[in-house]
Design a protein around this ligand. Structure first.
Ligand SMILES: [Zn+2]
Length: 83
């Protein structure tokens, strides 16, 4: 198992939420989440967004939908980190 950085976690988040991560990566992901409050909060935001859209739960996610979701949550995180 390798340690994830915050940036790597962000890259893996859609696969994680889809249950598409290999078990080793999933474990590394969850270890990082348990240790990193910022990422744990980030995941909660993404789960909220995906509940709103239903995209990840209801149907396969197209690349454009995935990109749009990632853009949305990245902008959201950036906005919230501003003082
Ligand atoms: Zn982190």
């Amino acid at each position: 198992m390798t340690d994830l950085t915050c940036a790597e976690l962000v890259e893996l988040v859609t696969e994680y939420l889809e249950g598409a991560l290999p078990s080793g990566e999933r474990q590394a992901f969850e270890v990082h989440l348990a240790a990193c409050a910022g990422c744990a909060h980030y995941i909660e935001q993404i789960r909220y967004v995906t509940r709103l859209t239903g995209a990840l739960a209801e149907q396969p996610v197209s690349d454009s939908t995935r990109a749009e979701l990632l853009r949305l949550v990245r902008n959201w995180k950036t906005d919230q980190s501003q003082p």
